[in-house]
Design a binder for this molecule. Sequence first.
Ligand code: HEC
Length: 118
Amino acid sequence: MKTPTTSFAVRAALVAAGVLCLSGAVLGADAAENWNKHCASCHAKDGSGNTKMGKKLSVKDYRDAKAQEGFTDDAALKAIKEGAKDSAGKETMKPFAEKLSDDEAKALVAYVRSLKAK
Ligand code: HEC
């Protein structure tokens, strides 16, 4: 049983990541702000997709590791910029290329990754 050690390491890494975020400009705060403003209406603040719109559009639960493995960082960035379509080609997530800068979109990819359950 080395669970306690692992979780300590994970926590230490998270703290380190948090510190990095803070020192690397205000990226962290911006991404969270953008997420809550532009994305949470469908994906929910916690990334669960547990919203009226999220359920209607059957968004995945991004707290789930399997859902996270379902797309690459590039695909996530593309979805944020160009939007997402369902299998019938109907737009489900609108493109955010005009609302978000490149850096903001990239920060949101990292933010989405951070929603994964720890
Ligand atoms: C109108 C509802 C809606 C909004 C608003 C929305 N999305 Fe989505 N998003 C979806 C749907 C529907 C999908 C496709 C199903 C899925 O993968 O969960 C999706 C897929 C994704 C994916 C996965 C792409 C892939 O290739 O699987 C990411 C990452 C994502 N959204 C991030 C965001 C971010 C970041 C924002 C805010 C800038 C956002 N979404 C806003 C509905 C929305």
